[in-house]
Design a protein around this ligand. Structure first.
Ligand SMILES: [Zn+2]
Ligand SMILES: [Zn+2]
Length: 396
């Protein structure tokens, strides 16, 4: 692996920053301490800083030469509402909040690249360092776009990177086209008529109806969508009742739907409304369906994905790059940026968890797990990739 020596030299400094951010996690749109820190560091390295885009977002702008081309590199800064199970020194000091998705590391890798690029300026054009708020369900990317991100800071292409547990350290993956799925939240409220549990004939049991609706919903996946189209529907909550001898008035079914194609999402929503409505009606109940599309699918531009893969192959060797990686059914709000600018999303291997310091939690080192920790070995690896990408995209 060809890492940039200078970045390896200052890794400890950036690692300390990463761990400090990990210790002080902040949830969506509350990333005040984190974004202040990012802005302060960028300024200190001589980078022009714009603070407050999309609430707590930060954009650093670094220009060199006379070139008109520009590139956007994006990291996310928010943490999750999870109680950290790790007990090592840099574990979260904010109760119930944790960097369990590694956004502390994404911020650190981009900071390391910014520091090096500001020192050496090995490019001709403009680099926009985009630090976004609220990736975890808050659509912070869209908020920055609404605030004029790409008008104020034009980008010919934009790239994002996420650590990927399970991929080995030093390995990378991307893919031309769909990389991550759309995220859609479902909630179906079935309203029946409460009664004594011993006298069901005097009421309309919403629990009985809800269970039939849940069974019917999986039929959409297996019987209605084309078998080669990808989609997953998971009912993860059924809430009803407070007592064993009372039939409640309502039952609420909640969960999620993931797809890659808007037409498939449309089909699932349409079928879901019919199945819920007509099943409820058949039993004398009613169903109210909420189908909220919160994130679109993350679709890489094939040319930009190939460009990123080429940069990576030079850096870590073709045997460590998966340019046609299997898409994930998870979702990601970098999708909003890819809807308006060409670009690509890249996974960087976070390893198997053996990097975690002693005192870590019992759980696996997986995203959104309370025992997760970002692997600091990735700081020089990810930062070197960002730098090589800039050097090639904005070649002199
Ligand atoms: Zn996450
Ligand atoms: Zn994440």
């Amino acid at each position: 692996m060809n890492l940039i020596d200078r970045i390896v030299q200052f890794r400890a400094e950036i690692q300390a920053i990463r761990r400090d951010i990990h210790t002080h996690p902040e949830l969506a749109y509350e990333e005040h301490r984190t974004s202040d820190k990012v802005a302060h560091l960028l300024k200190g390295w001589g980078i022009e800083v714009h603070h407050g885009l999309g609430g707590t977002g930060v954009v650093g702008v670094l220009r060199n030469g006379t070139g008109k081309r520009s590139v956007g590199l994006r990291a996310d800064m928010d943490a999750l509402p999870i109680a950290e199970a790790n007990g090592f020194e840099h574990a979260s000091k904010h109760a119930g909040k944790m960097h369990a998705c590694g956004h502390d590391g994404h911020t650190a890798m981009l900071l390391a690249a910014a520091k090096y690029l500001a020192e050496t300026r090995p490019f001709d054009g403009t680099v926009n360092f985009i630090f976004q708020p609220a990736e975890e369900g808050g659509a912070g990317a869209q908020k920055m776009i609404d605030d004029g991100l790409f008008e104020k800071f034009p980008c010919d292409a934009v790239f994002g990177m996420h650590n990927w547990p399970g991929l080995k350290v030093g390995q990378f993956a991307t893919t031309p086209g769909p990389m991550m799925a759309s995220g859609n939240r479902i909630e179906i409220t079935v309203t029946g008529k409460g009664a004594h549990a011993a006298m069901p004939h005097l009421g309309v049991d919403p629990v009985f109806v809800a269970v039939q609706i849940v069974q019917g919903l999986q039929g959409i996946i297996s019987r209605n969508k084309k078998p080669i189209d990808s989609a997953v529907l998971s009912v993860t909550m059924i809430r009803a009742g407070d007592a064993i001898n009372v039939i409640p008035d309502t039952a609420v079914i909640s969960g999620g739907v993931r797809t890659f194609e808007p037409a498939v999402t449309d089909l699932i929503e349409e079928r879901m409304r019919r199945i819920a409505g007509l099943t409820a009606e058949a039993h004398g109940a009613s169903a109210h369906v909420v189908f909220e599309r919160y994130y679109p699918a993350t679709i890489n531009d094939p040319a930009q994905a190939a460009f990123a893969a080429g940069v990576l192959e030079e850096m870590v060797g073709a045997e460590n790059v998966f340019p046609d990686y299997e898409p994930s059914m998870g979702s990601e709000d970098f999708s909003y940026m890819l809807r308006v600018r060409p670009g690509a999303y890249i996974f960087i291997g976070n390893g198997d968890g053996s990097h975690r310091l002693s005192g870590h939690g019992e759980g696996p080192c997986m995203l959104h797990n309370p025992s997760f920790d970002f692997n600091d070995e990735l700081i020089p690896i990810g930062a070197t990739f960002w730098v090589r990408l800039v050097e090639k995209f904005l070649a002199r």
